[in-house]
Design a protein around this ligand. Structure first.
Ligand code: ADP
Ligand code: ZN
Length: 606
């Protein structure tokens, strides 16, 4: 054996301590066991196979479907002095041969391959001529036929690994639901593997949901207040919206690019590359932008439209803050967005059982949006995890949510729905309730019914809020395939009869005050202060120059966390620099002096 896992963690990766499970996983692999690893995005799965691959004799084979990422993963490892290579279709015949010859002469510890390559007869012959130390099957959920990332080649991986008895296998994924979990274990033959499952909590992400009144104003206010000049993703539902929001952001002086399936693949590629390589781009994207976005310093994910489900929301927001620093998941939504989603679902050609599942998914999402409880608790609860509230890092924990007794208002609203024949939407019903005698209302003679004008005590926007919350609570329903108006449900009766009470939340102001960071995040609040430091800008600039020169993304040089720690510690020499998180020996040697110089010049100019 070469050196200890901890020694490699320190000297190569520049980290002091292992995170949850990492050390146990590494030890299990070193002991020759198969392991199954379920950990959220950004929790540090890669190190679990990289370190054993560096310790064990032979080559650690990493099977990954994300060809576009391999180059970055490998160059990032090389920056740390790790002997890594990749083989995929992006290499020329000649380049591939060179990689193979480096492997044969024992110069490689880790090799990334795409599953297609693994399955070729030629590659399998090659494997037999070398020593394989381990198989890491990354994105293992690709084996699931029910998931949207299904790759048929994944089903054949065990056929290959089976020819190497005694070589440990690791299957890694961040996809949480139990069905997929079970499928991975079956299909990859991991029943006897040691299983490591982490909490899916992402403590550094702050969750926030606002009601949409003017989405552009709200988004700008959020970006200016919290994330000026930083990288982020804005998710929207359609290609047209992605394009128009991009144009508008550009006009507002924000560097923005769009990404959706309607763009030429070359353009998509360029945009993705720029997002990785530059420091402060906002990507405006549809769901087409996602899997394999490995950028650690995405500071916010904003949803201008509702995501498809809670799973989608978790995956999409999970792209923020992979480096563990404070980040935001921010969303705005409105009653009309909800209706648009309902319409899409109800009028689709899908069969009834599928539609029923979709309806339930939308209800869960709505419940999340409308909750008065800690958002983290609701989110993790959806995945079967119990989180003890309050988290103190979400909007409902940080700003008191005011509620009011809505029983009477609910009765008025529901009876108005009933008396107008269960075929009108919120706008019309609101007019009836506040006694606004429009032409349409007169035509239907709804100015003559009992509920006309009984709701003058609330404003129009308050009534909209009531209808939204009744819908969220399942006290009203709509079937957009038929009549697009509200209808009563089973649950409405006890409220109407006065047998049950209901409380509504008061809608918070749409542009909240600047956020206060609470005590448990004290280290992170330092980060927030440091971000506005001039030395930080200087170091960022230096990092960008180096990354351009080397043709690698800035975060591959150093993470933001490393830069902020440099500012806090002000290292004066190589030894002190090596104490900073994320600085390993290779990086210190390669460009450490440049950073030391920049820090020194700032000190003496003060
Ligand atoms: P995952 O594959 O689980 O999404 P990664 O392996 O890409 O996550 O790791 C996410 C980030 O966390 C990387 O920047 C990695 O260098 C960092 N990291 C991993 N392990 C540690 C550790 N023990 N201490 C500090 N940072 C770590
Ligand atoms: Zn909370």
């Amino acid at each position: 054996m070469k050196s200890s896992p901890h020694h490699i963690l320190r000297t190569c990766f520049g980290y002091d301590t292992f995170r949850d499970h990492q050390q146990d996983i590494i030890e299990a692999v070193l002991a020759g066991k198969d392991v199954f690893v379920l950990m959220p995005t950004g929790s540090g799965k890669s190190i679990c196979y990289q370190i054993p691959a560096m310790i064990l004799n032979g080559i650690g084979l990493v099977i990954s479907p994300l060809i576009a990422l391999m180059q970055d993963q490998v160059s990032s490892l090389r920056q740390n002095g790790v002997r890594a290579e990749y083989l995929n279709s992006s290499l020329s015949y000649h380049e591939a041969r060179q990689v193979e010859s480096r492997i044969l002469s024992g110069e490689v510890d880790i090799l990334y391959v795409a599953p297609e390559r693994l399955l070729t007869e030629q590659f399998q012959q090659f494997l037999k001529s070398i020593q394989v130390s381990l198989f890491a099957i990354d994105e293992a959920h690709c084996v699931s036929q029910w998931g949207h990332d299904f790759r048929p080649e994944y089903l054949k991986i065990t056929g290959v690994t089976g020819q190497f008895p005694g070589v440990p296998r690791l299957a890694l994924t961040a996809t949480a639901d139990t069905h997929t979990r079970q499928e991975i274990i079956e299909k990859l033959d991991l029943t006897d593997a040691e299983k490591f499952v982490s909490s899916f909590d992402r403590p550094n992400i702050h969750y926030q949901v606002q009601l949409k009144d003017s989405e552009k104003r709200q988004l700008l206010a959020f970006m200016h207040q919290e994330h000026s000049g930083e990288s982020g993703i804005v998710y929207v539902r359609t290609r047209n919206r992605a394009d128009s929001i991009t144009v508008w952001l550009e006009q507002e002086g924000i560097k923005a690019l769009s990404y959706h399936a309607g763009l030429d693949s070359q353009i998509r590629h360029t945009h993705q590359r720029r997002f990785l390589l530059e420091d402060s781009i906002v990507m405006v994207a549809t769901i087409a932008f996602g899997m394999g976005i490995d950028k650690p310093d995405v500071r916010f994910v904003a949803h201008l439209d509702l995501p498809a489900s809670m799973e989608a929301y978790y995956q999409e927001t999970g792209r923020a803050g992979r480096d563990g620093l404070p980040s935001d998941a921010w969303m705005v939504y409105s009653l009309s967005d909800l209706m648009a989603m309902k319409k899409l679902q109800d009028t689709s050609d899908a069969d009834e059982s599928f539609k029923r599942i979709q309806r339930q998914k939308l209800e869960s999402l709505l419940g999340y949006c409308e909750t008065v409880e800690c958002r983290r608790t609701v989110l993790l609860g959806y995945f079967g995890e119990k989180y003890p509230a309050p988290c103190r890092n979400c909007d409902t924990c940080n700003q008191e949510v005011e509620t009011w007794d809505g029983t009477v208002a609910a009765q008025k609203a529901l009876s108005c729905v009933y008396r107008t024949g269960q075929r009108f939407g919120a706008a019309y019903l609101t007019d009836v309730l506040v006694g606004n005698s429009t032409d349409r209302i007169q035509r239907f003679r709804h100015d003559k019914i009992k509920t006309f004008g009984v709701g003058k005590e609330l404003s129009k926007s308050e009534w909209r809020s009531v209808f939204r919350q009744l819908l969220a609570a399942g006290l009203l329903t709509v079937n957009m395939a038929e009549i697009s108006g509200f209808r009563l449900t089973e649950k409405s009766r006890p409220i109407l009869k006065g047998e049950e009470a209901i409380r509504f939340r008061k809608d918070p102001p749409s542009v909240p005050k600047k956020r206060i960071v609470h005590a448990p995040l004290i280290r992170e609040s330092d980060f927030i202060i440091l971000r506005s430091n001039t030395l930080f800008e200087k170091l960022r600039k230096l990092r960008l120059d180096i990354s351009r020169r080397l043709g690698i993304p800035p975060f591959v040089v150093f993470h933001d966390r490393t830069l902020t720690e440099m500012i806090a510690r002000k290292p004066k020499n190589r030894e002190e620099l090596l104490l900073v998180t994320g600085v390993g020996e290779k990086k210190a040697e390669q460009y450490g002096d440049l950073f030391l110089k920049a820090i020194k010049s700032e000190e003496s100019s003060r």
